[in-house]
Design a protein around this ligand. Structure first.
Ligand SMILES: NC(=O)c1ccc[n+]([C@@H]2O[C@H](COP(=O)([O-])OP(=O)(O)OC[C@H]3O[C@@H](n4cnc5c(N)ncnc54)[C@H](O)[C@@H]3O)[C@@H](O)[C@H]2O)c1
Ligand SMILES: CC(C)(O)[C@@H](O)C(=O)O
Ligand SMILES: [Mg+2]
Ligand SMILES: [Mg+2]
Length: 347
């Protein structure tokens, strides 16, 4: 474990230097890893594990869309692809990558096969932390841990294929075998994490729900809409409003932040831009911090979990989400995005 100084605060992180893939392969050599669910994280983790030489099978509802996706990815029915229950029975470490609502529905089947010595793995602290709402209470005789990639399963796979890695958090909730941490870290490395930082189940779920509702997805989409609307109301064309709001951010400025930080991005813009951005940054922080506090409180009170569980447990929740996503897709802002993307020069 390496101790890293994050802006003055020391934290434990596990890198591929301390925990190389060869060590992960050794730790997992006698395990059968059952990936339950083949939605977004399922494929990313299962394919990376397979390519890393780990013994992995997939469990999924037969003839569902995800089942067919698994077949397309080369999983073989009866050899490496099984109905959920059979995968639970065959697996020694069950990677519960069903949707968070699906995990509630499938819990009777999953828990039935959690015999002594097995381990239960999540990529989110949701089910266990909100156990009063989910009913997910693992038996004491199994290891329970999480590895939560900090990004989409799609990026986990594409970065792996590029020889890079998404970072993940990890946490141990129950250590029945005495090997829970080693199993968690081995899986974290084998699914393709760039490095792993330590957390707890509750902290993972609180920060994750806040992040995706906030800056990562909810707030950014809201900010985009607000600025785009103001520009449009003041007579600017869709292409000007979109370029000044989204395209420049994703194509020019955020890659600079990713490369070398915010001050470096600022330093590579005009002094005019820097003056204005430094003046307005504080105003935006003041305006939004109360909203972020409200969001965090809603997460911590379990309200966000309750909303997710009740909305996503309805039989037609996928169709309803699709309608909302179609509204987003068909809005002027994002239709402008379609055209702008097509205008990007091709390699
Ligand atoms: N999507 C991501 O990139 C991402 C990133 C980090 C963590 N996570 C976490 O990983 C887990 C999986 O997320 P996801 O986005 O891949 O899930 P998802 O919404 O894509 O669903 C995964 C699978 O669950 C199956 N499923 C749903 N309900 C079921 C049921 N009742 N019985 C059997 N199967 C059922 C679906 O067929 C699907 O294949 C969640 O805990 C999520 O919070 C996801
Ligand atoms: C990819 C995210 C947003 O980080 C994840 O938390 C999710 O729920 O999909
Ligand atoms: Mg999340
Ligand atoms: Mg997340």
């Amino acid at each position: 474990m390496a101790q890293i100084n994050f802006g003055g605060v020391l934290e434990n992180v596990v890198t591929r230097d301390e925990f190389p893939l060869s060590k992960a392969q050794k730790v997992l050599q006698h395990e059968t890893i059952a990936v339950l669910g083949y939605g977004v994280q399922g494929p990313g983790q299962a394919l990376n594990l397979r390519d890393n030489g780990i013994n992995v099978i997939v469990g999924q509802r037969k003839d569902s869309a995800s089942w067919h996706k698994a077949l397309k990815d080369g999983w073989l029915e009866g050899e490496t692809l099984f109905e959920l229950e059979e995968a639970c029975q065959r697996g020694t470490i069950l990677l519960n990558l069903l949707s968070d609502a699906g995990q509630i529905a499938a819990w009777p089947v999953v828990s039935k096969h959690l015999t002594e010595g097995k381990a239960l793995y999540f990529s989110h602290g949701f089910g266990v932390t909100f156990h009063e709402k989910t009913g997910i209470v693992p038996p004491a005789h199994v290891d329970v841990f999480l590895v939560a990639p900090k990004g989409s399963g799609t990026s986990l796979r594409s970065l792996f294929l590029q020889g890079q890695g998404l970072n993940s958090s990890y946490a141990v909730y129950q250590n029945a075998s005495g090997r829970a941490e080693e199993r968690a870290l081995a899986l974290g490395i084998a699914i393709g994490s760039g490095y792993l930082f330590e957390t707890e189940f509750k902290k993972e779920v609180y920060s994750d729900l806040t992040g995706e509702r906030g800056v990562l997805m909810g707030a950014i989409a809201g900010l985009f809409e607000a600025q785009y609307n103001v520009l449009r109301k003041n007579g600017h064309s869709p292409s000007e409003a979109f370029n000044e709001t989204v395209e420049e951010l994703t194509q020019s400025l955020m890659p600079l932040v990713a490369e070398n930080g915010m001050d470096w991005m600022y330093a590579n813009c005009s002094t005019t831009a820097q003056r204005g951005a430094l003046d307005w940054k504080g105003r935006f922080q003041e305006a939004t911090e109360p909203l972020f506090t409200e969001l965090y409180d809603s997460v911590a009170a379990g309200k966000e979990a309750e909303i997710v569980i009740s909305a996503n447990s309805q039989p037609d929740y996928r169709e309803k989400l699709e309608v909302e996503l179609a509204d987003l897709r068909n809005s002027e802002l994002w239709q402008t995005g379609v055209q702008v993307r097509q205008l990007r020069p091709k390699k």
